[in-house]
Design a protein around this ligand. Structure first.
Ligand code: NAD
Length: 511
């Protein structure tokens, strides 16, 4: 199949159902006729089986009951479930990746990479299941000991975005499960089949290991189903990934009922290219981060801040590289840029190009829709580069598409100021061979983002690090490092073995 040959629904629909069935989804049991279009060709993929917001109640009650049992299972035994889940993901990697491509349009290697990330987090969580450490500390009172113990929170509600339709859930779920929580997942309405497939694999792992029923559940539906999860008092933690608009709605609602939230929201990620940068390296890093996943990663590079001395050369070489990018059927070999997720995403990109032009920008590469004859209901676009006179309003806005803005700087402090002068704070990078610049960039006076890279692009994080960002990105941290603490509650324990009752701070309350 060539890149410009966009497969028809007679191919995609059966492939989707076959892949879902192979992962254990009972597709015959799925009902409902909600729209569910593949970005690959715009055609409806198959049945979905949406739930109503009221069904969230039942799911949370079941999850709550399951939690009471699950928390008693020793953490390493919970880790064994996650280990088995990782094995099943490995076995079904191709099927799950195919569903990711079909439902959200990722090219095959990136879709497989998404599943690999799920496998990686299972490995991480398995190790973590034996490392949920608490501290001990010395007491000011004789015969006393202070220690911290960590306990599971309860039910974790996971809301996920279309662009990482299964990996983000698995980051949350693998960690939440070893911590002793149960999970109710509201996946993106764009990706119900891959959600059901991933959940079916986990169900199998849970059943094989004798876990209680309803430790993991998926509630497929629209934002109203997400809202029901957000408002449910039985949900201890809402981990929500998506747009800043969504986070602005979710955060206050969860806070209002004193629940916890973990927000992973939009980004507006920049790379600074310094005069000393290795331009070959920068070029490769920028093209992958800006055009990869058709610009639809939260960590997609949206801004390049280039030193005036290298800006022309960099722009020229980037424009040449962009022209060579193979755009088309994401499941065809050699494609590097697949479709936008839907027509609305295309409209938003077209409007952003128009606004950027009005704000003084110039398109230097791309900007056009392609393959419209082969796929009139799908939206393939040329990744686009625009030079801008500065960080105008549109440059400071996240446009979820392959649209890269180039601005210039003269001194490094100015570059850092530009890097930080956006409402979002997810990812950032610097290309330089100047060690002092690199150190300054990762220091407190440098980038204000949650992810700060040197000589590597803004996207493609590994699961071992804590993932997330500041400001309008929401402040949450998921995945590796000590992100597990968000899924647990901490108790401080004082144990008195002295036989006396001395009070802290020397207080005397003798009776
Ligand atoms: P979206 O905000 O439209 O939807 C995300 C999820 O939230 C969906 O499941 C949706 O049904 C649900 N939702 C929407 N409104 C809701 C509400 N009021 N209450 C409860 N749930 C609600 O985002 P999208 O278009 O699917 O994804 C793209 C966005 O996600 C981009 O802004 C991207 O940067 C962001 N994103 C961030 C990260 C991160 O880790 N920071 C990762 C992936 C995507």
């Amino acid at each position: 199949m060539s890149r410009s040959q966009i497969p028809g629904s007679d191919v995609l629909g059966p492939r989707a159902l076959e892949a879902a069935t192979a992962c254990g989804v009972d597709v015959a049991a799925l009902a409902g006729d909600a729209r569910h279009d593949s970005p690959v060709n715009g055609a409806t993929l198959g049945p979905i089986g949406w739930v109503a917001p009221a069904d969230v109640d039942t799911a949370v009650e079941r999850a709550r009951a399951a939690f009471l049992e699950w928390r008693r299972v020793p953490a390493p035994a919970r880790g064994a479930v996650v280990k088995r889940f990782g094995e099943l993901l490995t076995e079904h990697k191709a099927d799950l990746a195919a569903l990711v491509s079909l439902e959200v349009g990722k090219i095959t290697s990136e879709a497989a990479g998404e599943v690999q990330e799920m496998i990686d987090i299972c490995d991480f969580a398995l190790g973590l299941s034996r490392q949920l450490y608490g501290r001990t500390s010395v007491s000011e009172r004789p015969g006393h000991r202070l220690m911290e113990t960590w306990h599971p929170l309860g039910v974790v509600g996971v809301i996920s975005a279309f662009n990482f339709p299964v990996a983000v859930w698995s980051w949350n779920t693998a960690i939440a499960l070893v911590c002793g929580d149960t999970v109710v997942w509201k996946p993106s309405e764009q990706a119900p089949l891959c959600a059901r497939a991933a959940a079916a694999l986990l169900d199998r792992a849970l059943a094989e290991q004798g876990a209680p029923a309803y430790v993991s559940q998926v509630v497929v539906g629209g934002p109203d189903v997400g809202e029901a999860l957000v408002d449910h008092p039985g949900v201890a933690l809402v981990s929500a990934t998506g747009s800043t608009r969504m986070g602005r709605a979710v955060g206050p609602r969860v806070a209002n009922r004193f629940g916890r939230s973990l927000l992973e929201l939009g980004g507006n990620n920049a790379a600074i290219v310094a005069p000393s940068a290795d331009l070959d390296l920068a070029l490769r890093g920028i093209v992958f981060a800006a055009a990869g996943t058709a610009g639809q990663r939260c960590t997609t590079m949206r801004r390049v801040i280039a030193h005036r001395s290298v800006a022309d050369e960099l722009t020229k070489r980037l424009a040449e590289a962009y022209v060579r990018l193979p755009i088309g059927n994401p499941m065809a070999e050699g494609t590097l840029v697949g479709p936008l997720v839907h027509g609305k995403a295309y409209d938003v990109m077209a409007a952003a190009i128009e606004q950027a032009s009005a704000e003084g920008g110039t398109v230097v590469a791309g900007g056009e829709r392609v393959l419209a004859d082969a796929a009139p209901d799908a939206y393939y676009v040329q990744p686009t580069i625009m030079t801008m006179p500065g960080q105008t309003d549109i440059v400071r806005t996240e446009t979820f598409a392959p649209l890269l803005y180039l601005v210039t700087y003269d001194d490094f402090d100015e570059a850092i100021a530009l890097n930080n002068d956006v409402p979002q704070g997810l990812s950032s990078s610097l290309f330089t061979r100047d060690q002092a610049e690199a150190e300054l960039y990762v220091s407190a006076e440098g980038s204000d983002c949650g992810i700060v890279n040197v000589n590597i692009g803004t996207s493609g994080a590994e699961i071992g690090g804590a993932f997330g960002g500041e400001k309008e990105t929401g402040g949450g941290r998921e995945s590796g490092s000590d992100a597990w603490r968000s899924y647990m509650r901490r108790a401080t324990n004082t144990i008195n073995y002295s036989g006396e009752l001395p009070l802290a701070q020397g207080v005397d309350f003798s009776v």
